[in-house]
Design a protein around this ligand. Structure first.
Ligand code: 5AD
Length: 332
């Protein structure tokens, strides 16, 4: 659907009318991607990060975080267990930890691909050569949020990083044939509705395959501790408008939505979302991967899956049986 920036701002601002927007996004979701909810198993394999983003709990300057990194064998074992529990997509996420060079990571990707799963990487900014090597090793998808398209805000929140380089990374990933996921945070300090509208138009133009949208949640050990943070309402409205703009993409009910408001995930699934990521990282590690306080999940691969299945049934929805890539969506 085509919407102007002004129309998007009006939708984002309209708290009173949000149920109408949610219903419309839910109908578009049903028509274009069906009732299946695709599950992803999230493996947080390293919280070591070279970056210092002001909002993020695992930023380099946070000395209170106990740092960990799963070695290749442990990473493969976690993936094996998640695949055995039925996950058809595994998301391998880490801080920007350069220990995992192509020499170390490619053999891991090759082994995990043998478990008959789609592999999504979320490792941040790398060189074109690295992205190419990971793709050739079998990685199918890549997730990297642009966070905001307001360049001044980006450079203030992500010191030492370049918005332009991040954008180029997204273009390179697309060119290499990855299914591309990106997205933003809502409720960042200094971010206005017009800026979010521009973000949405940017993501539409880029033609992403997946859009993750979550509220910013202040973390105590970061410089943004005293900021207000985002609301569930604005994050949901942003997500719903994304569904209208890109009707056939994958849109997760994000963990940050559930963290901010128990039940946020179910609300999101009724306002345009068709994907859920469940944390399959061992609890002793996932609790150290605190991007924001209260982040849910972690533990045995099965937990959360059955509970979600039951919740979905009450909505007349079901867990997707396939890999859940864009365009293959309607399988239940
Ligand atoms: N609140 C909400 N989301 C956050 N992220 C990082 N820190 C926070 C926070 N404090 C998001 C970013 C990043 C993704 C992995 O987590 O958008 O891309």
């Amino acid at each position: 659907m085509r919407l102007t920036k002004e129309e998007i701002v009006a939708l984002l601002a309209d708290e009173a009318g949000e149920e109408v927007l949610f219903r419309q996004a839910d109908e578009v979701r049903k028509e274009f991607v069906g009732d299946a909810v695709h599950l992803r198993g999230l493996i947080e394999f390293s919280n070591i990060c070279r970056n210092d983003c002001l909002y993020c709990g695992i930023r380099r300057s946070n000395k209170k975080v106990c740092r960990y990194r799963l070695e290749p064998e442990a990473l493969i074992e976690t993936a094996r267990r998640a695949a055995a529990a039925g996950f058809k997509t595994l998301v391998m996420q880490s801080g920007e930890d350069l220990y995992y060079t192509p020499e170390r990571l490619c053999p891991v990707i090759e082994k995990i691909k043998k478990f008959d799963v789609a592999v999504t990487l979320s490792l941040g900014e790398r060189s074109y050569a690295d992205y190419k090597a990971f793709r050739e090793a079998g990685a199918d998808r890549y997730l990297m949020r642009i966070e905001t398209t307001d360049k001044d805000l980006y450079h203030r929140l992500d010191p030492g990083m370049s918005w332009q380089r991040r954008y180029e990374c997204l273009l390179e990933l697309k060119e290499l044939g990855y299914e591309l996921g990106s997205g933003i945070m809502t409720g960042l300090p200094g971010q206005c509705l017009a800026s979010i509208a521009e973000d949405l138009l940017f993501l539409q133009k880029l033609g992403i395959d997946m859009a993750g949208i979550g509220p910013f949640i202040p973390h105590a050990e970061t410089p943004l501790v005293r900021e207000a943070g985002g609301t569930l309402g604005l994050a949901l409205r942003t997500m719903a408008v994304m569904r209208l703009l890109l009707p056939d993409i994958n849109i997760p009910a994000t963990t940050a939505m559930e963290t901010l408001h128990p039940g946020g995930r179910l609300k999101a699934l009724q306002a345009g979302a068709n994907v859920v990521m469940l944390n399959v990282t061992e609890k002793c590690y996932s609790r150290l991967y605190a991007l924001y306080p209260g982040k849910t999940g972690g533990g045995a691969a099965e937990t959360g899956r059955d509970e979600l299945g039951e919740q979905l049934e009450t909505l007349g929805r079901c867990i997707g049986a396939g890999y859940g890539s864009r365009k293959q969506n309607p399988v239940c």
